[in-house]
Design a protein around this ligand. Structure first.
Ligand SMILES: Cc1cc2nc3c(=O)[nH]c(=O)nc-3n(C[C@H](O)[C@H](O)[C@H](O)COP(=O)(O)OP(=O)(O)OC[C@H]3O[C@@H](n4cnc5c(N)ncnc54)[C@H](O)[C@@H]3O)c2cc1C
Length: 415
């Protein structure tokens, strides 16, 4: 079977891997050049974290929105646009904020994330690719005792579902993160998730693409921007790109936030809205930092991880359409936090500034599998957790294309 995958971010490349493992001939069409920035994959926080499986639509989402209005440094911004897609998305998001929906969505996302981490472990074993993975866990720190209590209560939901967690007081946090030195005193304590991991999703995506080229029937056409997807007799007949025309037996849409734009002319309305985030990547002076767990300042909403010889710091959720431009002031909170808690470990005068789009659905769940067009399949809408979910969702979509029953219930994951 010949399959074309549209999009060569982490979701497209993992999809190609599992399809090729199942015996397909795969062509991946990616708009960026081989060494380019692959969408949201290029600058994310690097967390491989079932611990972040909470759906964003929750009973406390409105409280966070109000808190962000009062404190713009939190980086959650809703820019009002005359855009019916945003209004529809917002109405749907508000509907999902009911407690019952939040529980249902978070439960499903958690199971999917755990499955995905298991799939990633097998993939690592099979391919031996290096993506600066770290198995040091992730720390969720809080600045006040009252917030720490709330945080710990919040995490009970995942603990009840089997996630291993430890509560760290100030001294235990200091012990876990000696690299914070005196600055660990800023925090009252933390919730620690020992089994979560971090890693560089760009490096993973490039290495896995190369592994697929060397070991399977996969080809990658970088610099091929998909211009239109043509359909005849209710089937996709071919794809027109900046590098010519492509035909296959089946097609998988995996173009991140841009998937909704590509699907719309086919009559498929994907409920995906782009939510912008910012990151900086700074070269580390200190190699001892490589033993640092992932770190999340839950009061400032800033996440941080070490990727080999680099420090990545990430923040913000901005509703502003497909615009990925950025200004120096977008990075103020990130740089402030870095210089506050890790002043001497990285060269903050030599950073890479980045902005990217989370392909977010109102439920925070991805949309997987069959579409209304029989030979078009979806692997889209991975939102804030696509690096974590990539291997699991790719395996599910490859199973569906091969007519196998996926190992995870599809009830909440279909379009
Ligand atoms: C600030 C931020 C922090 C994040 N942190 C984390 C984290 O810590 N952990 C986690 O699990 N997830 C995180 N995420 C989410 C994660 O990065 C995304 O969910 C994931 O990258 C989505 O992968 P994707 O392949 O679907 O989309 P993308 O990574 O956006 O890739 C889509 C690809 O499709 C290509 N494409 C688009 N249009 C076309 C076209 N017309 N023709 C050809 N190619 C096209 C793009 O060039 C791109 O390479 C974060 C996201 C952001 C923005």
């Amino acid at each position: 079977m010949n399959v074309v995958v549209i999009g060569g971010g982490v979701v497209g490349v993992t999809t190609a891997y599992y399809l090729a493992q199942a015996g397909a001939n795969v062509t991946v069409l990616e708009a960026q050049q081989q060494q380019g920035d692959f969408g949201a994959t290029a600058g994310n926080a690097g967390f491989l974290s079932p611990s972040d499986a909470f759906a964003w639509a929750s009973p406390s989402a409105l409280k966070l929105a109000i808190k962000s209005l009062l404190n713009p440094e939190l980086g959650v911004k809703y820019k009002f646009h005359m855009d019916p897609a945003l209004w529809r998305w917002t109405a749907s998001f508000l509907y999902q904020c009911r407690r019952s929906k939040w529980m249902q969505n978070s439960d499903c996302k958690y199971k999917l994330a755990q499955y995905s981490i298991d799939m990633l472990a097998d993939l690592r074993q099979a391919t031996q690719i290096n993506f600066d993975a770290s198995d040091q866990g992730i720390v969720y720190a809080s600045r006040s005792a009252s917030e720490l209590k709330k945080l710990s209560h919040h995490f009970n939901f995942l603990q009840e579902r089997g996630l291993q967690l430890e509560l760290l007081d100030r001294d235990a946090l200091h012990h876990k993160l000696p690299m914070l030195q005196g600055n660990s005193q800023v925090y009252a304590g933390a919730v620690f998730s020992p089994n979560c991991k971090t890693g560089d999703s760009t490096k993973f995506t490039r290495e896995l693409a190369q592994w697929c080229i060397n070991n399977t029937n996969c080809q990658f056409i970088w610099g091929a921007s998909v211009e239109s997807i043509l359909q005849e007799n209710n089937k996709i007949s071919r794809i027109l790109t900046s590098k010519g025309e492509f035909k296959a037996d089946a097609y998988v849409l995996a173009a991140g936030a841009h998937s909704s734009i590509l699907a719309k002319p086919l009559g498929i309305n994907l409920p995906i809205y782009p939510i912008k985030g910012f990151s900086i990547t700074a070269p580390l002076y200190d190699t001892q930092m490589q033993s640092m767990p992932g770190f999340d300042d839950t009061d400032k909403l800033v996440a941080l991880s070490v990727m080999g010889d680099r420090l990545r710091i990430v923040s913000s959720a901005v509703f502003d359409g497909f615009d990925i431009s950025h200004r120096q002031q977008d990075f103020k909170a990130i740089l402030q936090l870095a210089k506050e808690i890790l002043p001497d470990v990285a060269d903050y005068s030599d950073v890479k500034y980045w902005a990217g789009l989370r392909p977010m659905t109102p439920t925070s769940l991805p949309i997987l599998g069959a579409s209304a067009i029989p030979n078009l399949f979806l692997n889209v809408g991975h939102g804030n957790l696509g690096w974590t979910l990539s291997c699991g969702t790719a395996k599910i979509v490859a199973d569906i294309i091969a007519n196998k029953t996926p190992q995870i219930s599809m009830d909440l994951l279909r379009i």
